[in-house]
Ligand binder design. Structure first.
Ligand SMILES: *Cc1c(COP(=O)(O)O)cnc(C)c1O
Length: 472
């Protein structure tokens, strides 16, 4: 039995005494300048924490590391915002870990403007009276989708939860067995249904569900049929799913609502760009869905938001539900979404919305940009231009790829510039640089895919590479 409270050994005492005092630590030339960044109080507090950790480590017989260096690293992290812009050279267009869709320049400006100023969020400027924050967006959504009205909330998870809570709490909801799915990041249809107070009734089988499966499962208790788009997976082979129109017919004949969780919510046809057809919001409304939910920051290409469109009386009811307030979108998201929707209205989505611009960029243009990067680096490092497959990502169009081009830096070429520098280490240098560049490592090569790099970032990308390949 070891005595846990035993007195420090002589060696431990020596190590404890060797630790600097708080006051000498915060006056250290490597530390003192941070007082301006984080304030004197926080600096003292952090120094105390680092010293306490070091004491605990010593008493536990562990190594401590240099306390000045430890504190300096903490301060560096703290004084540098983590949410910095990143150059996405992964070839994944809607990259969830990189913040999904970058918005258009106009949308970004509108968001910055309302963030830094007062805005007419809930006032009719003409009459000076209180006005709804949703009237403009509802109108835009109606024009674009053919629905009677629309509502914008925090994200699509919130949209689905809110719709189910409003119409299905305490009642049954029919979902095909193949659609009781997990979308990722903790969004599972059975869990969301339970959270809304609704009862999940699974119908059909994993691969085959017929209209009669729904029909036979309807009871007095049934409130709705929920259809969930297979955003991030596919079922192929021996499969049957009813058309949305058939479900609408059944739902309406039996006095039920048809709710569609469309996921990515395309307004344009992805098939025009060599991809599979992603069902659009307009199609879901035309097929007879009463309410359609989708994300604002997937294929729509706007800021984070969840959008609900459908029949006006239903949208009004959703808006009045107590959860609507808890799940509402903030003014910057509303401003960014409105500008994004206007791009579609004006027919300029392909040119203005980054996600669509990336999808639509011809291969020749990507090849040309890779050549520009290559020439700009020719004096420094040998590179290759290789064919790659870019993806839409963000849980849309699984398995679908867009042909793309990447600049490839091989292990040998890298080691020739900086002896000992590996592909992984170069990738890490790029990720931790300023601006960070995220590429991907494949078959001992670093690939920088042009399809997802914004053209205005081309120079910054080349500069980042030059810095990362600087000797040492
Ligand atoms: C992405 C997705 C969601 C979740 O949307 P968020 O905007 O991430 O909250 C829900 N349902 C489907 C079908 C999706 O594809």
């Amino acid at each position: 039995m070891g005595d846990e409270k035993s007195a420090p050994t002589r060696v431990e005492q020596q190590r404890l005494r060797a630790l600097p005092s708080v006051s000498s630590l915060i006056q250290h030339p490597a530390i003192a300048p941070y007082a301006r960044e984080v304030g004197a109080r926080s600096l003292t507090r952090l120094a105390q924490l680092v010293l306490e950790e070091a004491r605990q480590a010593i008493l536990a017989g562990r190594a401590t590391g240099d306390v000045v260096a430890v504190l300096q690293r903490k301060l560096q992290k703290l004084s540098q915002p983590r949410l910095r812009s990143v150059i996405n050279a992964t070839g994944v267009i809607i990259h969830t870990n990189l913040g999904r869709a970058p918005v258009s320049d106009e949308a970004a400006r509108a968001m910055a403007e309302v963030a830094g100023r007062y805005t007419a969020l809930e006032i009719e400027l003409e009459s000076g009276r209180r006005g709804g924050r949703m009237s403009e967006l509802s109108q835009l959504l109606s024009l674009l989708t053919g629905a009677e009205a629309g509502l914008v909330v925090n994200n699509n998870a919130a949209a689905v939860l809110l719709v189910l809570s409003t119409f299905c709490a305490g009642r049954a909801v029919l979902v095909s067995r193949s659609q009781a799915v997990e979308i990722g990041g903790g969004f599972r249809i059975p869990d969301v249904l339970r959270q809304s107070g609704a009862r999940l009734v699974e119908v059909g089988t994993t691969n085959r569900t017929y209209v009669r499966d729904y029909s036979e499962a309807i009871s007095d208790d049934t409130a709705a049929i929920l259809s969930v788009h297979w955003s991030n997976f596919r079922i192929i082979g021996f499969t049957v799913q009813p058309e949305l129109g058939e479900l609408a017919e059944l739902a309406h004949a039996r006095g039920l609502l048809l709710i569609e969780d469309l996921g990515s919510g395309a307004l344009l046809d992805t098939a025009a760009y060599g991809l599979a057809h992603e069902p659009t919001v307009q199609e879901a409304i035309a097929a007879g869905a009463d309410l359609v939910c989708f994300s604002g920051d997937k294929l729509l290409g706007g800021p984070q938001a969840g959008i609900i469109v459908g029949r006006r009386e239903l949208i009004d009811q959703v808006e009045r539900h107590p959860l609507a307030r808890a799940l509402r979108a903030d003014k910057t998201a509303l401003a960014g979404t409105a500008v994004t929707l206007r791009h579609y209205l004006r027919g300029e989505a392909i040119e203005k919305i980054p996600v669509w611009r990336m999808i639509a960029t011809p291969l020749a243009a990507l090849e040309a940009r890779c050549q520009t990067w290559q020439s700009a680096l020719r004096d420094l490092v040998e590179t290759e231009i290789v064919a790659t497959d870019a993806t839409v990502g963000g849980g849309s169009l699984p398995g679908e790829t867009l042909p793309s081009r990447a600049l490839a830096l091989g292990a040998e070429a890298i080691a020739e510039v900086v002896p000992g520098l590996t592909v992984e280490e170069l990738a890490r240098r790029l990720r931790t640089g300023q601006p960070p560049v995220v590429g991907r490592v494949e078959a001992d090569r670093l690939l920088l895919d042009a399809r997802t790099v914004l053209p205005e970032q081309d120079e910054a990308l080349v500069e980042a590479l030059r810095r990362s390949l600087a000797i040492s």
